[in-house]
Structure formats: structure tokens, C-alpha cells
Design a protein around this ligand. Structure first.
Ligand code: LLP
Length: 432
């Protein structure tokens, strides 16, 4: 929390708005995004490429947080986006996102999803497997149209991160295997299909990565594959897409590089490798999700009950929990939380910050240092913008929170709070 984020009342500000007032006006739990922070991050990524004179796309991985408003902001900043489902694609369409700048990922896209993508002129289909080549061939023939494709390969690189969010290791469900010749076979099929315009290759090694090694490794690997493809198939890749995964700082002990430093290193690694070949410099695409949405998001909660445990730290419970942020329960993810009315107040106790869900694992923070709190106080959990709301659920039939975008001192609801009627909207009585 910087000085600029604290107003004259001593309260936390988000996008120029008083966090305590936002909580009172819109209710809690509440997800708030600092829109300028989203814009800054996209601009920072773009800047690195422009400084290095490299053709590029900064393709926001919208699984981190997908909403009409988010797609609008990304489009306004000249970002591309990647979608991984018909639902994300539908949302991007409704947001008016330029479809040429959309890539469609996924390891089991359905025929219906592929049809939707083709009918809406999605820019690039990221082909993941042989079944998809067949489905897509069918859809393209039926409609007699062409589409840009890229092949996703499994680079065989394990990133140093939580095992559930590693994706690049050989034993992964994503992409074509390299060793066994799957990738070559896939390329042969794509090149033989006049309706598929082969643009390049893609790999993604995982998420919340702090080190350069994995990115340098994947850059090298992709260029090696591109060089091999040129030799064997006389095919020149025009795009190399290294995926996303740039780690962000959640707690004090986290020491990731700045996202721009990752990109700088990726550009250099690709240039160096390209110089060893006779390939032309390809465009470089990246797919950051967390690093764009994460630091911009805050979850606001209201303090409720408290339980002392003799000999141990107390439980302080808030009005949200695993339904609006599953990450602590699922990945043991850690966050920092502050008192919104006085983010720098003296910390007087360590507590377990618990959620309201009927499950022992619903602990938002195992060990959070806090100032004195009382029921009604507003807590702000920081850096919750990625994979928070996007992984929200209605567990225990709790309505999902509202999402507010704050910028230049103005706030707007961009996703309404669910109501109890929303919760039963799809229910049908059983006529027994
Ligand atoms: N590109 C591809 C192909 C991906 O699979 C992913 C994330 C990204 C880009 C974006 O990665 P990012 O820059 O956000 O790290 N739910 C987990 C994260 C799952 C990430 C899945 N793929 C979490 O909450 O940590």
C-alpha cells in the first residue's frame, strides 16, 4: 500500500475511490478493480515489445477474469485476448471485442464451440490435439471457409510452481507431444489442409512463475521446433507464442521479477536462438492473465464473528470465503489483507481469517496479522483480481459478489451481485 492509495480520512483508496465507502454503498463481499492498474500493466507489456522493435501481441488470458467490462478495457488498450470456452467467447462477442484479435484455446473444444468461433471469425484457433483437427476440418468444409491456426506443443519443461498449475511438463494433457513425433504429424495434417492457415506454434509452461529459466527454455524450444519444421516441411512460422505465467507478488516473501523483465528476457532468448538459424524473426505473442488482472483486484469483506481458541490464535470470520476466492483452499494460496479504514494501523494480533462457508478448509488466510477489528469493519484482501471471481461458485447457495470497476474516483458496477432469485432461476420443481 503506497501513500497515494490512502486518502485524507486515512482509508484505502482503489481507483481513487474510498474502499470503505465502496463497501457501504455496494455491500460486501465485493470485488473491486483499479482500472488504471489494468491499463498500466497492458501498456507496460506493449512498451517492452515496442522498445525492442518486435512484432507482438499481448493476449490477455481472460480465464483470469472474464466480464464484458474487462474485455472492453483490454480492447481499448489494444490488447488481444484468449478464450478457452464458448462462454468466454460469448462474453467477448457481447463486449464487441475485435474477433480478429481473439485466440481460442482448450484441450477439448466441442464441435459447437468451434462452429461458434468460425461463425464469429475468431482470429486464431490454437489447435491442441488430433481430434480437434478432425472436428475443425469438418466445420471448415461444411462452411467452405478458412481459418488461422497455431499448434500447441508440450514443451517438456516443468516450471517451478504449484503442481496443479504446471502445464508444460511432458506428462501433461495439453498440446502435441514432441518426442513421439505427434507435433510433426499434426503439422503435416494442417499444412495439407488448404482451409487451415498455419501461423505458428504455442506453448505454455505454467502459472505464477518467478524465474526466468522456464521462459528462456520454452523460447529456445519453440525456436528449435520452428527450425526443425522449416527444414523438414519448408514451413516458416510467423508467430511464436510463449503463453503466460508471469508471477506476481501476493505476500512479502514473494519475489517475482517484474513482468516486463520476463518479456525482455523472452525477446532476447528468441532473438538469440533465431540468430543461430536462417529463420526470419517471428512475431512474439504472450498470454498474461494473472499479471494483468491480479494486482488490480481487491476483495472487500465485512468482519463478523470471532472465536478464541485457548492457547492458539483466534478465528476472525468475514462474510465471504471460498465461494468468491477458492485459491487459498485449493492451492494454499496466500494473500495479504488490510483494514480498509486504516491500512497501516498497528498490527496487534495474528488470526486465522475464516470464510462463512460450511467447510473447515474455508480459511482465506491461515495466519494474518491484523490490527484490532470488530464486527462491521471492512477488510481488503489484496491482489485478488486473477482467478478469484472467475473461479467463484455458489457453494452453500451463497450469491456471488458484485464486481465494481473504479477509475479516477468514479465507480461502476460491472457485474451485479447475484440475488436469491438468481440462485433458483434455473431450478424446476419436481412433479412427483
Ligand atoms: N495461456 C494459457 C494457454 C494458459 O493455460 C494460461 C493459464 C495462461 C495463458 C495464463 O496464465 P497466467 O498468466 O494467468 O499465469 N487457476 C489457477 C491458474 C490456472 C492457469 C491456467 N492457465 C490459479 O488460480 O492459480
Amino acid at each position: 500500500i503506497t501513500d497515494q492509495q490512502i486518502n485524507s480520512a486515512g482509508h484505502l483508496m482503489i481507483g481513487g475511490c474510498d474502499a470503505v465507502e465502496l463497501a457501504h454503498q455496494y455491500g460486501t463481499p465485493l470485488v473491486v478493480y483499479d482500472v488504471q492498474q489494468i491499463r498500466r500493466q497492458i501498456r507496460a507489456f506493449k512498451h517492452v515489445f515496442e522498445e525492442n522493435n518486435v512484432e507482438y501481441a499481448v493476449s490477455y488470458a481472460s480465464k483470469a477474469f472474464a466480464a464484458i467490462a474487462m474485455y472492453q478495457v483490454v480492447a481499448a488498450e489494444g490488447g488481444h485476448t484468449d478464450v478457452v470456452s464458448g462462454g468466454e467467447l460469448y462474453t467477448a462477442i457481447k463486449a464487441g471485442f475485435p474477433m480478429a484479435n481473439v485466440s481460442f484455446h482448450g484441450n477439448n473444444k466441442s464441435r459447437e464451440e468451434l462452429e461458434m468461433a468460425i461463425d464469429h471469425h475468431v482470429g486464431t484457433i490454437m489447435i491442441d490435439n488430433f481430434h480437434e483437427i478432425e472436428l475443425l476440418t469438418d466445420v471448415l468444409e461444411e462452411r467452405d471457409v478458412k481459418v488461422n491456426v497455431m499448434l500447441r506443443i508440450t514443451p517438456g519443461i516443468s516450471a517451478h510452481t504449484n503442481k496443479y498449475i504446471q502445464t508444460g511438463q511432458v506428462d501433461s494433457k495439453f498440446g502435441f507431444d514432441l518426442q513421439s513425433g505427434q507435433a510433426d504429424e499434426a503439422l503435416a495434417k494442417v499444412l495439407a489442409n488448404p482451409r487451415m492457415q498455419m501461423k505458428g506454434l504455442h506453448a505454455h509452461i505454467g502459472s505464477q512463475i518467478f524465474e526466468l529459466a522456464g521462459f528462456k527454455g520454452v523460447a529456445k524450444k519453440l525456436v528449435e521446433v520452428a527450425a526443425h519444421w522449416q527444414e523438414k516441411f519448408n514451413y516458416q512460422a510467423s508467430v511464436i507464442n510463449v503463453g503466460g505465467g508471469f508471477g506476481i507478488r501476493y505476500v512479502k516473501d514473494d519475489t517475482p521479477l517484474a513482468p516486463e523483465e520476463f518479456v525482455e528476457a523472452i525477446i532476447k532468448a528468441i532473438k538469440d536462438e533465431i540468430n543461430k538459424t536462417n529463420l526470419m524473426m517471428p512475431a512474439i505473442w504472450i498470454e498474461p492473465g494473472r499479471s494483468i488482472a491480479g494486482p488490480a483486484g481487491y476483495n472487500l469483506y465485512t468482519v463478523g464473528s470471532r472465536k478464541a481458541v485457548p492457547g492458539l490464535r483466534p478465528y476472525v470470520t468475514v462474510d465471504g470465503g471460498m465461494g468468491d476466492n477458492i485459491r487459498p483452499a485449493l492451492y494454499e494460496a496466500q494473500y495479504e489483507t488490510v483494514l480498509a479504514s486504516d491500512p497501516r494501523a498497528n498490527l496487534v494480533e495474528h488470526v486465522r481469517l475464516a470464510g462463512k462457508y460450511c467447510e473447515s478448509g474455508d480459511i482465506l488466510s491461515q495466519d494474518q496479522a491484523l490490527p484490532a477489528t470488530k464486527p462491521g469493519d471492512v477488510l481488503a484482501m489484496l491482489d485478488t483480481g486473477a482467478y478469484g471471481y472467475s473461479m467463484a461458485s455458489n457453494y452453500n447457495r451463497n450469491p456471488r459478489p458484485a464486481v465494481v470497476f473504479a477509475e479516477d474516483g468514479k465507480a461502476q458496477v460491472v457485474i451485479k451481485r447475484e440475488t436469491y432469485d438468481d440462485l433458483i432461476h434455473l431450478d424446476e420443481p419436481y412433479r412427483q
